[in-house]
Design a protein around this ligand. Structure first.
Ligand code: SAH
Length: 446
């Protein structure tokens, strides 16, 4: 259908985009409409029209969705972090289930995939154990911490994020007063000047006495000035276990640079998942939602169907989190991960938990597994993969197909690449038995 700027339509919002806009369809034409949610009926004005899709502005909410709720966070609308806060939690879960099913159908070519209801959280807030706050100069000249507004790089001052831990606010206050006291400038993206770019905060398990805290400042300099003063100020926060800074002098959106210098502590904090203790350094990947991670790993372990004898691979293993879960019930597990610091953590985690049947390799999964198989010809009973959003490399999938493990457990954070990769595995030898989504990021479209 032909769509022009300034056209006005009445439409039902049937889906949500990656950015959290409502999506309406008129005769196959897709319109993205900010400030609407699934279930709304709205009068919408077209503000930008391309050939197959366009953007609309909400003129009038004709009948609000029954799933609309008042967002908890006052910054929910401008902040780019939570796209789904205006949607009730059950509706968020239904949306996510549908998203997984749609991708498996469209990109995976599965006619009727078995997608189980999404496992949600009891209280879908305050779950993040990691936050990275950009530090910038506000319009009024004050130093501010917050989050990026949707699709931009302007920072909205939100030191209290409802997805994160309340302690973050305290830490940010300390860092900002330290900067003010010593005249240290926040980073300026445009001129690539200033010192403090981000503050990374990680928190361990929520047990009052036992809980550990990590603070890492990302700076645009070779050395942190006034480090002693910062350390002393931060040590006033109970549980402060690791203080460090990371050097990032590049003109880039990537938050962390390569080098970390430790100011206080051993360089890591520890957390427990499912009775196993894990250590976490600033650069290592660690799941941000503990409660849901336990459910995710329990599902992966269940699907692996281990009896105690199996030879298992855990590819993209991070700090060996899933690996150690598997190792407790397998004959032997080999973990592969690209970041050396994470593998150091993984080896230490195995040792600390008394696990002796896990071996770790640093390298690309798509290189390590094919090479190992070529050199040894050794098969596997179960292969678990947990790749980043871009999914598995083709060489890796080909090697899995050649090795013919009994079962493949694919843990994914991106349904589209999951569907693409499952298509490759299932065209040849495998059958998709079931998919169990777990909501790792309530209030967001991820
Ligand atoms: N299973 C782990 C980590 C999953 S995240 C957990 O649940 O904690 C994905 C991991 O893949 C990250 O640690 C990332 O560093 C790693 N990674 C990214 N590309 C890789 C590659 N080509 N080969 C191996 N690991 C890779």
């Amino acid at each position: 259908m032909e769509m022009k700027k300034n056209d006005i339509f009445e439409m039902d919002i049937v889906d949500m985009s990656e950015e959290g806009e409502g999506i309406g369809k008129i005769e196959g034409y897709t319109l993205f409409v900010k400030d609407t949610v699934i279930g709304d009926r709205a009068r919408v004005k077209v503000i930008k029209a391309k050939k197959n899709y366009g953007y609309g502005k909400l003129m009038e909410l004709l009948s609000p969705s029954k799933d609309r709720v008042a967002p908890l966070c006052p910054a929910a609308a401008p902040c780019g972090g939570c796209q789904l806060q205006a949607l009730s939690y059950p509706a968020q879960l239904a949306f996510k289930e549908q998203k997984v099913r749609n991708q498996l159908k469209r990109l995976g070519g599965f006619a009727a995939p078995m997608v189980l209801p999404v496992i949600g959280m009891g209280t879908p807030y305050g779950y993040r154990n990691k936050a990275q706050f950009p530090i910038r100069r506000g319009k009024d000249g004050r130093i501010i911490a917050g989050f990026y507004a949707g699709r931009t790089h302007s920072v909205i001052e939100t030191p209290r994020c409802y997805l994160g831990d309340p302690v973050n606010e305290k830490v940010l206050k300390i860092v900002i007063s330290w900067m003010e006291k010593w005249g240290l400038a926040p980073y300026d993206e445009v001129n690539h000047s200033g010192l403090v770019r981000h503050v990374l905060i990680r928190t361990g398990e929520r047990m009052e006495e036992d809980r550990q805290l990590m603070v890492c400042l990302v700076i645009n300099a070779a050395k942190l000035p006034r480090a002693q003063e910062l350390t002393e100020a931060l040590l006033a926060v109970p549980g402060m276990t690791s203080i460090s800074y990371n050097i990032n002098r590049e003109k880039t959106n990537v938050i962390l640079g390569k080098e970390v210098r430790h100011l206080y502590g051993e360089g890591y904090i520890t957390d427990t998942i499912g009775g196993l203790r894990y250590r976490i350094s600033p650069q290592s990947f660690f799941q941000v939602n503990r409660e849901q991670t336990e459910k995710l790993y329990a599902t992966a372990l269940d699907y692996a169907g281990l009896t105690g004898r199996e030879k298992v691979w855990d590819l993209y293993c991070g700090t060996g989190t899933i690996t150690l879960f598997l190792a407790r019930q397998a004959g032997r597990v080999r973990g592969v991960e690209i970041i050396p610091a994470a593998i150091e953590d993984a080896r230490a985690n195995a040792k600390a938990n008394g696990i002796e049947n896990a071996v770790f390799y640093v390298g690309k999964a798509e290189e390590v597994l094919p090479r190992h198989y070529q050199e040894t010809g050794e098969n596997a009973d179960v292969i678990v993969v947990d790749p980043p959003r871009k999914g598995c490399g083709r060489e890796l999938l080909d090697t899995i197909l050649a090795m013919e493990p009994e079962r493949v457990v694919y843990v994914s954070c991106e349904p589209s690449t999951l569907a693409r990769d499952l298509k490759i595995l299932c065209e040849e030898k495998y059958e998709l038995v079931k998919a169990q989504p777990v909501d790792m990021f309530p209030q967001t479209v991820v």
